[in-house]
Write a new protein. Structure first.
Lengths: 343, 517
C-alpha cells in the first residue's frame, strides 16, 4: 500500500518534471506555449484521425518491443530490432512478389512466416555467436542494424526495385497480402490485431508454459538453469529467434498495412524506440502496449507542434531521452527509499 | 569502561523482529562469540553496529560515548571492522591493491606501492598473518583470502574486528591457523566478535559467549564456566541428539526411475570408471573410479579445490567428462545431458545454492519447478500447471518448516537454511536413486543440519546411493558408510567407517601423503 502511494507520487513528480522541461524547451525556441500545447493535445485527442495515428504507430512499436522484451527476459540483449524490422519488411515484400497469385488466407500467413523467419534468422546469427562463443550480442546486434539497413538499400535499388519508377522502391505489393483497413479513411489497419495477438501470445508463452519458464530461468540465472538441466544454449537461440521474429513482424506489418511497398527508411527508428518501450513496460506485454501508445502519442503530438507552432519535433526525442533517465532514476530512488524504511 | 556496549537493540524486517532488546557488552582485548542458529539475528546485530542497517530502537556506546554509525565507512573510521561471510575482494587485483582500496595511500595520487607493501609486511610479521602483497587474489586459497580481509581491517587500524562465520569455508588446518591469529590479535590489544554456530571452535578460542535465539539474547557465559552441551541446549532450545553412526542397511529396491522402462531390474547403485576431466589444460580428475551400492553413503573428504566440484558436476552431467564411464543402476549415463540424468534418478545438491540451484528473483514455487523431473510432471501439453505444484510447495513449507510468507515469496528473501530446505525438498521429491550431496550443510545451523542428516539417512534406508562430498570431516565421519579422500583429482581407496576409524590417516591423505598419483 505504502509502496503504491510512493510509486504514484513518484510518477506524478516525473510528469511535473517532464511538463516543466517541455515548457522550458518550447520557450527556448521562442514559440508560444499555449499554441504548442494545444497543437500537441488537439492532434492526439482532437480527432478520430489523430487518435488513429497514435494506434498506427503503436502497432510496429508494440511488436518490436515485444520482441525486445522476450530477448531481455532470456538474457539476450537485442539492440537490433531496427535491423530486424528491415529484414522482416524485405522478406515480406520479396515473398509477396515471388508468389503473386495466392489468395489472402494463404498469402498473409505465408508472408508473415517468411518475415518472422527472415528477421528471426537474422538475429539468430548474433544469438548463436553469443550462445556458442560468448560474444557480446549488444555490439553484434547494433552492427547488424547497419548491415540490414544498407542491405535493404541495395535490395530496393536492384532485385526488389520497381522498374517503372526511378525512385529506389519496390513495386506495390499484391492486394492479397494487404491488411484490410479498419477505420476508413484513417490509416488504421489489421496489423492492430497482429500486435494484440502477439502480446497475448507472448504473455501466455512467458508465464503459462514450461518453455517460457525455462526462458525466464535462463535469463535470471543461466548458471542455475544449466545446473538444473535447462539448456542455456538452446533457449538463447530460441529467444533470439522469437525476439528477432517479432521485430520482423513489425516490419512486415508496415509493408502490408501502411506503405504497401518497400523503401529506404521504412522505420523512423522504431527499433530503437522499441528498446525504450520494453524498458518502460518492464518487459511485460500489457505495459508494453501502454508504453507503445504513450510513446506513439508523444510522436504524433510533437510533429503537430512542429507543423503548427514551429517547435522542432526533435524535442520529442529530448523528452524521450529525459523520460528514460528519469524513470531509471526513479526506480533506483524507490529501491533506496524502500531499503531505508525496511532496514 | 567497556569498549563497546549495545543496549536494547531492536530491529524488525517486514514486521518480523530480527533483534529484540539485545544487549551486548564487550571489553577491550576480549574475544566474544555471538552464538546462535541461522536466523537467530547474529549477523543483523553486527550489521546494525557496522552501519549497514539502522536500528529501530536501542543505544550503542563506543568507548563510553554514544555512537550510531550510519555507514561502514564511519564505523571503520571509529575503529570497527567487519569480515563478511562472503569476502569483498577484487579477484583480478593484487593483495596489496585490495588492502589499500579506497584509501589515500602514501604518495597519493601516485601510490608508493613499495611503502604500502612494507607496512603490510610489518603487520604480517606482527600478527602472524602470512600474506604476500604481490599475489593476485584470484590465485589465493579461501584461507588466504580471509587473511587478506583481516589484513584490510588491521591496515585501517581497526580495534574491534567482527568475523562473520569465519570458519565456514576453512579446512581444519586453516581454522587452527586462524585461531592462532586471533589469539595474537588479542595479545596486541584488539577485540574480536566472532559470529558462529560451531560450538567446539568457541570453546577453543573465546573469552565470553552471548547466545542468541530467535532474535533474543538468551544467555551470556564466560567460556571457562560453561561447556558445549549447555551451549547447544541454549542455542537450539533443546538437547541435541547424540550423533552415532547409522546402522548399515540392507536396503535394496526393485526398480529404478520410471523412465528407465519400469520393469523389474536389479538395483545396482553408481559406478564410475576411470573418469577424466580436464579444464584449461589442467587435469582436474585423473582416472577416478568409485562405486556406491544402493543404500550406502560414500563420504568424500578432502581440502576444498581438489576436484570435488568437478566430480560432482561430472556425475550430474553439468560438466563433460573427457574419458571414462558413469553407470547408474546398470544404465550408462556417460553420454546423457544433465536433464536426462536427473530424469534417470540423479539428485544434485550443489555447494553454491545461490549460483547453481536457485533463481533468487523467482518465487519458492518457481524455484521448486526448476527441477527437471518436477517440471516435466507438472507440464501438460507444454503448459505449466501451477495449482497442483502450489499445493505441493505449501505442503513442503509445512513439512520442512520453511519460514516464509508463502509459495509466492521470492526465495532470495529467505535465510540460507530455509533456501536449502526448499532445495532438499525439491531434489528429494522424486525419490532419487542417486543423491549427490555437495557440502549440504554449508552455512546452516545445527537444527537445519540435523534435519538434512535425517533426510539423507531416510533416503539411504530407501535404497538410494548417496555421494556425500564435504570439507567438514566431522560431517563425513558422522554419516558415511565408507570414506574416500580426494586429493588433486585422485581418489584414495575407500575405508569402512567405524568409531575406530583412523582419522589421522584420513588427515594425512587429505594433505596428499600416501596418495599415489
Amino acid at each position: 500500500m505504502k509502496n503504491i502511494l510512493k510509486n504514484t507520487l513518484g510518477n506524478l513528480l516525473l510528469l511535473l518534471i517532464m511538463i516543466a522541461l517541455s515548457f522550458i524547451m518550447i520557450s527556448a525556441v521562442g514559440s508560444s506555449q499555449s499554441q504548442a500545447l494545444s497543437a500537441f493535445f488537439i492532434s492526439i485527442f482532437g480527432s478520430v484521425y489523430g487518435l488513429s495515428e497514435v494506434f498506427v504507430r503503436a502497432i510496429p512499436l508494440t511488436l518490436a518491443a515485444l520482441g525486445v522484451s522476450v530477448g531481455f527476459r532470456t538474457g539476450f540483449f537485442n539492440i537490433g530490432a531496427e535491423g530486424q524490422i528491415y529484414m522482416g519488411a524485405c522478406a515480406a515484400t520479396a515473398a509477396g512478389m515471388a508468389l503473386p497469385g495466392l489468395p489472402p488466407f494463404l498469402m498473409i500467413p505465408l508472408v508473415l512466416t517468411a518475415a518472422f523467419l527472415a528477421a528471426g534468422g537474422w538475429s539468430l546469427i548474433p544469438g548463436f555467436l553469443k550462445a556458442r562463443f560468448g560474444l557480446s550480442e549488444v555490439i553484434m546486434t547494433i552492427m547488424f542494424n547497419y548491415i540490414a539497413i544498407n542491405l535493404t538499400g541495395i535490395l530496393v535499388r536492384t532485385v526488389l526495385k520497381d522498374p517503372s519508377y526511378a525512385l529506389p522502391m519496390s513495386p506495390e505489393i499484391p492486394d492479397a497480402m494487404k491488411f484490410s483497413s479498419l477505420l476508413f479513411p484513417t490509416r488504421l489497419h489489421g496489423g492492430l490485431f497482429l500486435a494484440l495477438g502477439a502480446a497475448i501470445l507472448v504473455y501466455i508463452i512467458l508465464w503459462k508454459t514450461a518453455f517460457g519458464f525455462r526462458l525466464r530461468a535462463v535469463g535470471e540465472n543461466p548458471r542455475a538453469a544449466k545446473c538444473t538441466g535447462i539448456s542455456v544454449y538452446v533457449h538463447l537461440l530460441a529467444a533470439a529467434l522469437i525476439s528477432g521474429g517479432l521485430a520482423g513482424l513489425a516490419g512486415a506489418g508496415e509493408v502490408m498495412g501502411l506503405h504497401f511497398k518497400l523503401m529506404d527508411g521504412i522505420t523512423p527508428n522504431f527499433g530503437y524506440l522499441a528498446i525504450i518501450i520494453a524498458l518502460l513496460g518492464k518487459n511485460h506485454p500489457f505495459w508494453i502496449i501502454i508504453s507503445s501508445l504513450g510513446i506513439s502519442a508523444l510522436h504524433v503530438g510533437s510533429s503537430a507542434m512542429q507543423r503548427q507552432a514551429g517547435v522542432p519535433s526533435s524535442i520529442s526525442w529530448i523528452i524521450m531521452g529525459a523520460l528514460v533517465l528519469l524513470i531509471l532514476a526513479k526506480e533506483q530512488i524507490l529501491i533506496r527509499l524502500n531499503e531505508r524504511s525496511e532496514s | 569502561m567497556a569498549l563497546l556496549e549495545m543496549r536494547n537493540i531492536t530491529k524488525s524486517f517486514y514486521g518480523k523482529a530480527a533483534n529484540e532488546d539485545v544487549d551486548l557488552l564487550l571489553e577491550k582485548g576480549e574475544i566474544h562469540a555471538l552464538l546462535g542458529e541461522n536466523g537467530a539475528g547474529k549477523t543483523t546485530l553486527m550489521n546494525i553496529l557496522y552501519g549497514i542497517y539502522p536500528k529501530d530502537h536501542g543505544e550503542i556506546f563506543w568507548k563510553g560515548e554514544e555512537a550510531g554509525f550510519s555507514t561502514p565507512r564511519e564505523a571503520l573510521a571509529a575503529g570497527i571492522g567487519m569480515v563478511h561471510q562472503h569476502f569483498m575482494l577484487v579477484p583480478t587485483m593484487t593483495v596489496s591493491q585490495n588492502i589499500t582500496m579506497g584509501l589515500k595511500s602514501p604518495g597519493y595520487p601516485l601510490t608508493d606501492r613499495a611503502a604500502v607493501d612494507r607496512k603490510i609486511r610489518v603487520l604480517s610479521g606482527r600478527y602472524g598473518l602470512d600474506v604476500n602483497p604481490d599475489a593476485l587474489v584470484r590465485d589465493l586459497s579461501v584461507g588466504e583470502q580471509q587473511r587478506v580481509e583481516i589484513m584490510k581491517l588491521l591496515y585501517r587500524d581497526a580495534e574491534l574486528l567482527i568475523l562473520d562465520e569465519p570458519t565456514a569455508v576453512l579446512t581444519p588446518g586453516e581454522t587452527e591457523n586462524l585461531f592462532v591469529i586471533l589469539r595474537q590479535l588479542k595479545a596486541e590489544g584488539h577485540s574480536v566478535i566472532l559470529i558462529t554456530h560451531r560450538i567446539p571452535e568457541i570453546m577453543a578460542v573465546t573469552d565470553r559467549i552471548s547466545v542468541l535465539r530467535a532474535g533474543r539474547k538468551v544467555a551470556e557465559r564466560a567460556t571457562a564456566d560453561t561447556e558445549g552441551k549447555e551451549l547447544s541446549r541454549l542455542m537450539i532450545g533443546r538437547e541435541l541428539k547424540t550423533v552415532s553412526l547409522p546402522e548399515p542397511t540392507g536396503a535394496r529396491r526393485a526398480c529404478g526411475a520410471e523412465e528407465a522402462g519400469g520393469g523389474e531390474r536389479p538395483w545396482d547403485g553408481l559406478h564410475l570408471e576411470k573418469i577424466c576431466c580436464r579444464e584449461k589444460g589442467r587435469s582436474r580428475l585423473e582416472e577416478l573410479s568409485l562405486e556406491i551400492r544402493p543404500g550406502e553413503i560414500l563420504g568424500i573428504a578432502g581440502v576444498d579445490g581438489n576436484g570435488q566440484k568437478e566430480l560432482a558436476e561430472c556425475i550430474a552431467g553439468i560438466r563433460k567428462t573427457d574419458a571414462g564411464s558413469i553407470r547408474l543402476d546398470g544404465r550408462d549415463l556417460t553420454d546423457l545431458k544433465a536433464a536426462a540424468r536427473y530424469g534417470a534418478g540423479v539428485a544434485y545438491i550443489s555447494d553454491d545454492r545461490h549460483h547453481d540451484s536457485l533463481v533468487l528473483d523467482m518465487s519458492l514455487q518457481e524455484n521448486y519447478l526448476l527441477n527437471t523431473r518436477l517440471r516435466k510432471s507438472h507440464s501438460r501439453r507444454g503448459f505449466l500447471g501451477k495449482k497442483r505444484s502450489r499445493a505441493e510447495v505449501e505442503k513442503i513449507i509445512t513439512d520442512y518448516e520453511i519460514k516464509c510468507t508463502g509459495p509466492d515469496q521470492k526465495i532470495g528473501l529467505l535465510s540460507g537454511g530455509n533456501q536449502q530446505k526448499l532445495i532438499l525438498a525439491r531434489e528429494f521429491a522424486c525419490d532419487p536413486g542417486l543423491i549427490i550431496a555437495f557440502q549440504p550443510n554449508r552455512g546452516l545451523d545445527i537444527g537445519a543440519a540435523e534435519f538434512i542428516r535425517e533426510k539423507l539417512l531416510e533416503h539411504r534406508a530407501r535404497g538410494a546411493a548417496i555421494l556425500l562430498i564435504s570439507t567438514d570431516l566431522n560431517e563425513i565421519l558422522s554419516l558415511s558408510d565408507r570414506i574416500s579422500v580426494i586429493f588433486e583429482g585422485h581418489l584414495s581407496p575407500s575405508m569402512e567407517n567405524s568409531e575406530k576409524i583412523d582419522t589421522l590417516q584420513i588427515g594425512r591423505l587429505m594433505a596428499g601423503e600416501g596418495m599415489n598419483p
